[in-house]
Design a protein around this ligand. Structure first.
Ligand SMILES: NC(=O)C1=CN([C@@H]2O[C@H](COP(=O)(O)OP(=O)(O)OC[C@H]3O[C@@H](n4cnc5c(N)ncnc54)[C@H](O)[C@@H]3O)[C@@H](O)[C@H]2O)C=CC1
Ligand SMILES: N[C@@H](CC=O)C(=O)O
Ligand code: NA
Length: 428
């Protein structure tokens, strides 16, 4: 039998312990698939005394993850501590310098330092794998890097933060406001330690930037992702969007347009009967479009112990099998500097506003939209509530700039009460 492939696990939380459990439960199966035994030799975490409900006595303990990364009896560093800097970055750099391969679930680390880490690893002949970092258990990195390697990628799109999808679908199904469901999500333990990573769209933006790098052969450019979270989505919008046949999703879209690379993570309306519209709860969905293959839809668990550890182990087995791909599917030094598209491609928009009960109110709104070059596709007016009536408008394709210009001119009509809402409608 060949020599075991030796893992050093930095981080024994949800994901790290998931990896321990798989290695302990499936040793024979992993050895057969990997062609050699997979063994954990050393581990590291903040608290050695914590009860982790598993026997860790056979593994060396390192208090310092950097020391773990440098151990001669570690072939692969499994970095599952998290954080874009600090020990995750230090241990990853130490592992590369010490000639180890790396498997990480850390999208924040790669979104910020992926280019530098990939260049360093490739110069040293090492690999960095990160299937767990994007859409957890869904093998989307493998699909994009390997399965679709023969395609020019047209668009990458998806719901990549389970917490936000849980919040939005729960608001709709239970008719509860955002603040209430946000608190529920916190109590269920869904939210990251910094909840803004989830609801601010940052975590999903990290993931999108990694997919865009692979899909479009560009350097990871998280800073160029247009980000908007779900904090301003009201139960009213969810209800009204449903009336018009849509659902609201925190949707990521990356595409190469004539104007450059467009990357955005923002609340969008999608048709309620589309696969994305049907996505409920904490599940993720990634849609990949290639010029030859057409559209591929991948759906599954984007987080949780089992799914995330499953993705980590698939990377480990690939390394054991001798599969040594560049981090982002092509040599890191050949990734192009992306030119960020200054504005997103035109799209229809959903507008919601409250109109005063005055003669000619609708006509005034239509005039403002017309003057901004926006044409109306559909409109619905509801019965008067107090002195105002909610009005919904679906526009033909237009730009965000035109919409913002029109919204800025609406107060002067004297018929719009409060702030109008505008949300992009994505064709999926
Ligand atoms: N939990 C999930 O469902 C998913 C997590 N991820 C990513 O996986 C990574 C790990 O996440 P979780 O397991 O949920 O985190 P966690 O908070 O449950 O566990 C983190 C572990 O790292 C250890 N750690 C942190 N700083 C350390 C330090 N300075 N020295 C030694 N150990 C240290 C902690 O003691 C703990 O054992 C993160 O990058 C996260 O974004 C990715 C996909 C899904
Ligand atoms: N906070 C993330 C967890 C995994 O990446 C999510 O909610 O999807
Ligand atoms: Na994945």
């Amino acid at each position: 039998m060949s020599q075991p492939l030796r893992l050093g696990i930095a981080g024994l939380g949800t994901v790290g312990m998931g990896v321990v459990k798989i290695v302990q439960a499936h040793g024979d199966l992993l050895a057969l698939r990997a062609g050699r035994p997979i063994a954990i030799t050393a581990v590291s975490a903040r608290d050695r005394t914590k009860n982790r409900d598993a026997d860790l006595s056979g593994y060396a303990w390192e208090t310092d993850p950097v020391a773990l990364a440098r151990r001669p009896d570690v072939d692969i560093l499994i970095e599952v501590m998290g954080g874009e800097n600090g020990p995750a970055k230090a241990a990853t750099e130490a592992a590369i310098a010490a000639g180890k391969d790396i498997v990480t679930a850390n999208k924040a680390l790669l979104a910020h330092h992926g280019q530098a880490l990939a260049e360093a690893a490739e110069a040293a002949g090492r690999v960095i794998r990160f299937e767990a970092a994007v859409a957890g258990g869904i093998p989307v990195i493998k699909a994009l890097t390997e399965g679709l390697a023969g395609n020019a990628i047209r668009r990458v799109m998806g719901v990549m933060n389970g917490t936000c999808n849980y919040i939005l679908t729960r608001m709709e199904s239970a008719g509860l406001p955002y603040d209430h469901v946000f608190e529920e999500a916190r109590q269920l333990g869904y939210l990251e330690a910094d909840p803004n990573l989830d609801v601010g769209g940052i975590d999903a933006g990290h993931k999108l930037s990694l997919l865009a790098a692979i899909g479009f052969g560009t350097r990871v450019s998280f800073g160029a992702v247009e980000l908007e979270g779900i904090g301003r989505i009201s139960i009213d919008d969810i209800r009204r969007a449903a009336d018009m046949g849509y659902r609201i999703k925190l949707l990521g879209v990356a595409q190469m347009t004539g104007r450059g690379l467009e990357q955005r993570m923002s609340p969008c309306l999608v048709p309620a009967d589309s696969p994305l519209g049907q996505l409920q709860g904490g599940t993720n969905m990634v849609v990949l479009e290639g010029d030859s293959v057409g559209q591929i839809v991948l759906r599954g668990p984007g987080a949780g112990q089992g799914p995330t550890a499953s993705a980590v182990m698939s990377d480990v087995i690939d390394i054991a099998r001798g599969i040594r791909l560049p981090t982002f599917g092509q040599p890191a030094t050949t990734l192009a500097e992306p030119i960020p598209a200054k504005a997103a491609a035109p799209a229809p928009f959903y507008l919601r506003m409250a109109l005063a009960d005055k003669p000619g109110a609708l006509a005034k709104v239509a005039t403002v939209l017309g003057e901004a070059g926006i044409s109306i596709d559909r409109m619905r007016q509801y019965g008067h509530q107090d002195p105002t009536a909610p009005v919904l408008i679906v526009t033909h394709r237009t730009t965000r700039d035109a919409v913002d210009h029109a919204l800025s001119r609406l107060p002067a009509t004297g018929v719009v009460v409060g702030d109008p809402v505008a949300i992009r409608i994505e064709s999926v």
